[in-house]
Design a protein around this ligand. Structure first.
Ligand SMILES: Cc1cc2nc3c(=O)[nH]c(=O)nc-3n(C[C@H](O)[C@H](O)[C@H](O)COP(=O)(O)OP(=O)(O)OC[C@H]3O[C@@H](n4cnc5c(N)ncnc54)[C@H](O)[C@@H]3O)c2cc1C
Length: 390
């Protein structure tokens, strides 16, 4: 029976010392002041090129990152797979948005799509569109397209070529490819491109996956629109459901710029919207493939229950559960143990380049009331359980 409180299964992949280290880490980052200081210190260290690896690598990096390169991640990938958990390698370098930085990210992302070819340990490839274009241009192309200059039109065309090159390569490699979602201000242009790519590459199966941030109150109508389009143009839509990671910034921007807040009014409304979206896609599995990225136990129980109630195989290729490496192992490993499809997002990049990602993970885990409280409780239970079963 599926039980996210089963800590024996949840941490079966961790040795006793790894458990202790994880406990120590979560116990440290639960204090907001420590994370604030670490965040400030790392910003300074990045600016003055102060070496950081000695402090970060054995702690945050070890918990949340797979390695520096694709090859480096093999150990983590194989280990996860031995517990029926697949990986989704996520090049998480948040480099400078210079032409050279963009070109380097473009080439690395292509390598990651090639790396996933024919590799059953890898469930998907993934990319963040904002890493191959400047934020400024992506926002302008989304919100004020008619004001683009000739030079900007040319640059945006180059971005589109890169975006489509990823999709083409994924199609040729028969690898499913997720287009991550970020700021609201980017999303109109990205939705348009992703819809176009799905029409082109998803004829036989879902290759390209759109990400829907269900904290946005306009995402159910968009989901219905995707379904109608898939029915009319005869393709399979790939949809990754998340709640959305930028709530505070989105609310602040909307208030500052004087447009309506795009985010649901409160958490229960986001939760209901998220669950409605997933259920809707489950009711139209002839047209959808689903990737559900969440650490929310209720949503994970709900999807597992829906799969069973509909009499689908638990490893039906069209449905995947997903969590981030180093977080919510109680969900991932218990689902995988029960035979459901599970993937972990496994970020990889050099320590310096992945630092902003790590600080965000630490910030996300500073509240004892939320995720950290749960992680700590689970880790403690398992450490105690092992002591008594020796
Ligand atoms: C595998 C994976 C991939 C991801 N990819 C992306 C991505 O591409 N883009 C992206 O934006 N995020 C992404 N995320 C992060 C995700 O959007 C959430 O921020 C994060 O997972 C926390 O939400 P939850 O569903 O796990 O858990 P919960 O703790 O149940 O939900 C927290 C979320 O609820 C919403 N929320 C909280 N308070 C309120 C409120 N007052 N009003 C309205 N809504 C509220 C916010 O979205 C918040 O993040 C990803 C997460 C995972 C696990």
């Amino acid at each position: 029976m599926l039980d996210f409180n089963n800590t024996e299964i949840a941490f079966s992949a961790k040795s006793q010392s790894e458990l202790q280290n994880a406990y120590l880490l979560f116990n440290t980052i639960k204090h907001p002041w420590i994370v604030k200081c670490a965040s400030a210190a790392s910003n300074i260290a990045l600016k003055i090129h102060f070496p950081l690896a000695w402090a970060v690598k054995p702690t945050l990096y070890k918990q949340f990152v797979g390695g520096e390169t694709l090859e480096d991640c093999r150990k983590v990938i194989d280990h996860l797979r031995s517990f029926n958990v697949r990986s989704t390698l996520d090049f998480s370098a948040e480099g400078e948005q210079t032409p050279a930085g963009i070109q380097a990210t473009f080439e690395e992302t292509l390598r990651s799509i090639d790396f996933a070819k024919g590799n059953d340990n890898l469930a998907y490839a993934v990319f963040k569109p904002s890493t191959i274009i400047t934020d400024e241009l992506l926002t302008k192309a989304s919100e004020k397209r008619e004001e683009l200059t000739i030079e900007e039109i040319k640059e945006f065309r180059e971005f589109k070529e890169r975006f489509m090159a990823f999709c083409q390569r994924a199609y040729e490699n028969d690898v499913r490819l997720i287009v991550d979602a970020e700021d609201y201000s980017f999303q109109n242009a990205l939705d348009e491109l992703t819809d176009e790519a799905m029409r082109k590459y998803n004829k036989k199966r879902a290759i390209v996956f759109a990400t829907l941030q269900m904290y946005r109150h306009d995402r159910m109508p968009y989901l219905r629109q995707i379904l109608a389009d898939a029915q009319e143009k005869d393709y399979i839509a790939g949809v990754k459901f998340v709640r959305g990671a930028y709530m505070e910034a989105e609310r602040a921007r909307a208030a500052a710029m004087g447009y309506p807040d795009p985010i649901c009014k409160d958490k229960p409304t986001t939760d209901a919207n998220f669950n409605e979206g997933v259920s809707f896609a489950m009711d139209h599995l002839d047209r959808f493939e689903i990737f559900m990225g969440t650490h929310n136990e209720e949503s994970n129980y709900m999807l597992a229950k829906l799969i069973d109630e509909k009499g689908l195989a638990r490893d039906d290729k069209r449905i995947f559960f997903a969590q981030l490496l180093g977080m919510s192992d109680n969900i991932s490993f218990n689902l995988a143990h029960e035979g459901y499809n599970v993937t972990k997002y496994v970020p990889y990049a050099k320590v310096r380049d992945v630092l902003p990602y790590l600080i965000r993970r630490a910030e996300e885990n500073t509240s004892v009331a939320g995720q950290t409280g749960r992680e700590l409780k689970m880790l403690k239970t398992e450490i105690e359980r092992r002591k008594h079963t020796k």
